[in-house]
Ligand binder design. Sequence first.
Ligand SMILES: Cc1cc2nc3c(=O)[nH]c(=O)nc-3n(C[C@H](O)[C@H](O)[C@H](O)COP(=O)(O)O)c2cc1C
Length: 187
Amino acid sequence: MTNKKIGIVVGSFRKGSFNKTLADYIFETLENKGIEAEFVEYRNVPILEQDTEYPTPKEMSDIRNQVSKLDGLWIVSPEYNGSYPALLKNLLDWLSRPAKQFDFETPTVINSLPTTVSGAAGSTKAKFVRAQILGLLAYIRTNVMPGDGVGLQIPQEAWQTGEFILSDEQKEEINNQVNEFINFINK
Ligand SMILES: Cc1cc2nc3c(=O)[nH]c(=O)nc-3n(C[C@H](O)[C@H](O)[C@H](O)COP(=O)(O)O)c2cc1C
């Protein structure tokens, strides 16, 4: 047991989201290895507008509080036109901002926080969105795990049945990423 805690952010709110299925698998795998995992729920975070940014809305201050206690953050996202879903960008924009207005001295809650990315998508295996998110995570000064993250192709059957069953190979890729991220947060 290492007493570490990892937050998982899912980029899709779709009922039956394949990325949520993937995130559930990541959650389970982390917990099986003795790492606490929890989802970061951000559906009700308002769109960031600078006129209404302060005082910070409760939905967002609760998330800042949650994220400040994490040892790592794992983004699991679909690919929308080669990029990230708007609400995920909105969350990361909020997290990049000072908790207190004009306080640019105190590090943000995501400053230096270890991060990694996975995504389930079509034949691109989410490679474009992973690159975009990794770039964004570096820009907002998180501590991005080296590499390209892991992308899984959603199999054709999943679109018919509505269920994404990870193959053994896909599970192995995620297991490897979990091991790598645990080592990374323990460095
Ligand atoms: C606006 C929009 C744009 C999309 N663009 C892409 C894309 O660029 N690449 C891709 O692989 N899938 C794309 N898709 C399909 C998603 O990969 C697919 O809907 C997937 O199921 C979304 O993940 P979820 O099941 O977790 O919601 C797009 C879907 C939407 C709604």
